[in-house]
Design a protein. Structure first.
Length: 205
């Protein structure tokens, strides 16, 4: 078993907006400070930490600056995971079977990684299930296939960004995970019976 201890200086949080991360970390309970990298939300942590160690060991050019950004990204990832995990834990009263719980964990993962290219094969692998088993349980829990569920997550996020930001429509399209603007418009119209442009125009009124 490998144990990673993350130690940092308050100077790391001199960047604008980063003080909110510091305040969040200070307020963590003891049980929230020990995390398992076996959790699907945190599987990327060991790789990031190993990259940091490599840069330190080899004295890579500008490594100190890069380490600051990498460490901040690690802490942001941890913050997002903890907030999401404990919110879900508080709201989750339904007793699930062990296999259902694994699929539920993947659903939680999708809410944080909806913009990534997640295939049925990779999602099933995260739940340690076959593609057929995963699809069956996902449909039982959500009523949707993986593709439909991810598409709906992306569309809901896009609608939220259209209503609450001034980002350009094409930028929002790619930010939430779509790779084709025409397809984004088509799916948005099917889901909300309106267009991204009309949502933006209503916001401006």
């Amino acid at each position: 078993m490998t144990i990673y201890i993350i130690n940092y200086s308050d100077k790391l949080f001199s960047l604008k907006g980063s003080d909110t991360i510091l305040q969040f970390l200070i307020g963590l309970k003891d049980e929230q400070k020990i995390l398992s990298t076996n959790n699907i939300h945190l599987v990327s942590l060991p790789l990031i930490l190993k990259e940091m160690l490599f840069e330190i060991s080899n004295n890579i050019e500008d490594y100190k600056l890069n380490l600051c950004f990498k460490l901040l990204s690690v802490l942001i990832l941890i913050k997002r995971y903890i907030k999401h995990f404990y919110t879900e834990k508080d709201n989750h009263n339904l007793k699930l079977s062990e296999t259902d719980e694994r699929v539920k964990n993947v659903i939680d993962f999708l809410h944080l990684h909806y913009y990534e290219n997640i295939t049925l094969e990779s999602a099933a692998k995260l739940a340690f299930l076959s593609k057929r088993q995963f699809t069956r349980i996902l449909k039982k829990l959500t009523g949707m296939t993986l593709k439909k569920y991810i598409t709906r997550l992306r569309l809901n996020k896009a609608k939220d960004l259209l209503e609450h930001t001034n980002k350009e429509i094409i930028y929002i399209c790619y930010e939430v995970g779509f790779e084709d603007l025409s397809y984004f418009y088509k799916m948005f119209k099917e889901e909300f019976n309106t267009t991204p442009k009309k949502i933006r125009e209503e916001k401006a009124v």
